[in-house]
Design a protein around this ligand. Structure first.
Ligand SMILES: *Cc1c(COP(=O)(O)O)cnc(C)c1O
Length: 473
């Protein structure tokens, strides 16, 4: 075989021959090469054979943790092989090219319609929404819509004098701090108080004023898996409106709960059934059961999403509205979301989420029964629970437990709560599809085996608490 890129003897056609080849098709000499490891922080001068490059990357990644034993993440770590096949079939499709990939665009629209129906939009056909890379982007978009609506209503005062604010619990996910920083909105955070670890209705209403663009209610909190009382918050804001005339919209951050509550807590009223709820987001890649990254943002109706935020791209000769921070984005996750909706249906989702909740509750009970721990939540809202050491435990702390569990391969984060419960440090377990009852039993056995040693410690051993608490929700 002629060496790559040397062309043929025919000098006339040589430049054309070169250009006809994809440089990736070349095989570097496997005997002559690899006398030296390639540099890691500078692009190597020359190419490697694909098999060598693959092996180098593959081997380094072996040191990543096992994602299935990661009890810290909410993000999907297992999908069916068929979903994987579909995703690899679509990994070359760009979500923004609606005109080139009209079927992918159509599947996105169907997903939005299904979510609008699931979340009881008064008129599912009138609800508007879009896919995103995750809840963070969805929250940015929802926050922008809130800010823009407020700005339009207050054009006489903004931007000259008024400064917009957003009211939420201090337990919100970090994306809301990002939103406030990026879009110059004052965050008004309700602190934790005693055994209340999330936003309550009275405090939310109290912090609102004429510059409040909205209230964020979280379903459920990343700190402990609890649902915030969305209906009570809405009622408190109804009352506020009756008293003061202030009409403050609510955004529900349903990153996790948006795909749990509709199946397991059908009597809970938290979604578009509440007229004050103007928008909702969820992470398709959390309890939506799709690999990362896909999220969803929906608005009750077109009035909730100011028209000037919406851009238009070509679509089948006409144009299609898009609302996104990104331009290019993979289509595979959206296709996988549609696949999962179709594959599971409501009953399937119910079965999957119920299993996760059962595992979470069972595990919480067994940890409670050990006696060394005190549960903050029991896994009966999100399939997530937080626990701390019992008051009489002084020889070790939650950071020791997290570190020792890691030796067994389990990733269980320990972190300190925010104001006013900085005194409280907890461990949190997130039960997802794929974390089976069998795995949960192995986890309990490992924890049980560690306890005698932990109890024999003279004192807690984690010195660098700052590093230990640098966990991001
Ligand atoms: C995970 C999470 C987010 C951020 O979502 P991503 O999909 O990771 O971007 C926002 N809010 C809550 C409540 C979350 O749990």
């Amino acid at each position: 075989m002629a060496p790559l890129h040397k062309g043929t003897e025919d000098t006339e056609s040589a430049p054309f021959r070169r250009l006809a080849l994809n440089p990736f098709f070349g095989q570097a000499d496997p005997v002559g090469g690899m006398t030296q490891a390639p540099p890691r922080h500078r692009m190597p001068d020359g190419p490697l054979p694909p098999s060598s490059a693959y092996q180098l990357v593959h081997d380094e990644l072996m040191l990543d943790g096992n994602s299935r034993l990661n009890l810290a993440t909410f993000v999907t770590t297992w999908m069916e092989p068929q979903a994987g096949v579909l995703m690899s079939e679509c990994r070359d499709k760009n979500m923004i090219d609606k005109d080139e990939y009209p079927r992918t665009a159509e599947l996105e629209r169907r997903c939005v319609a299904m979510l609008a129906d699931l979340w009881h939009a008064p008129d599912p056909n009138a609800a508007v929404g879009c896919s995103t890379t995750g809840s963070s982007e969805a929250c940015m978009l929802a926050g922008m819509a809130l800010k823009r609506r407020w700005a339009m209503k207050n054009a006489d005062r903004y931007p000259s004098t008024a400064r917009p604010n957003l009211v939420m619990g201090i337990n919100v996910q970090v994306c809301w701090e990002k939103f406030c920083t990026f879009w110059e909105v004052e965050p008004r955070l309700v602190p934790m108080e005693g055994d209340r670890y999330h936003l309550d209705a009275a405090s939310a209403a109290e912090l609102c004023d004429e510059n409040t663009i909205g209230v964020v209610a979280v379903l459920g909190s990343t700190f402990d898996g609890s649902y915030e009382p969305v209906a009570e918050i809405c009622a408190a804001l109804d009352d506020l409106q009756a008293r003061t005339g202030l009409d403050i919209p609510v955004h529900v951050d349903g990153a996790s709960g948006g795909m749990v509550a509709p199946f397991l807590d059908e009597d809970l009223v938290w979604d578009f059934q509440l007229p004050r709820v103007s928008s909702i987001n969820t992470s398709g890649h959390k309890y939506g059961l799709v690999y990362p990254g896909v999220g969803w943002a929906l608005w009750r109706g077109a009035e909730e999403l100011p028209e000037e935020l919406v851009f238009r791209v070509n679509y089948l000769g006409g144009d299609m509205p898009t609302f996104a921070l990104n331009f290019s984005r993979p289509g595979a996750q959206v296709v996988a979301q549609y696949y999962t909706f179709l594959r599971l249906g409501r009953e399937g989702y119910r079965a999957v989420q119920q299993t996760s909740r059962d595992v979470a509750r069972g595990l919480a009970e067994r940890i409670d029964a050990m006696g060394d721990f005190r549960l903050l939540t029991r896994g009966d809202q999100l399939p997530v629970f937080a626990f701390t050491t019992a008051p009489e435990v002084t020889s070790y702390d939650v950071f020791d437990v997290s570190r020792r569990l890691r030796e067994q391969g389990w990733l269980v984060p320990a972190y300190t709560f925010p104001a006013h419960r900085e005194d409280l440090s907890v461990l949190r377990v997130v039960c997802r599809n794929g974390f089976s009852a069998d795995l949960a039993s192995l986890f309990v056995e490992d924890l049980d085996r560690l306890l005698p040693e932990l109890r024999r410690q003279p004192h807690p051993f984690t010195h660098d608490k700052a590093a230990a608490t640098a966990f991001h929700h």
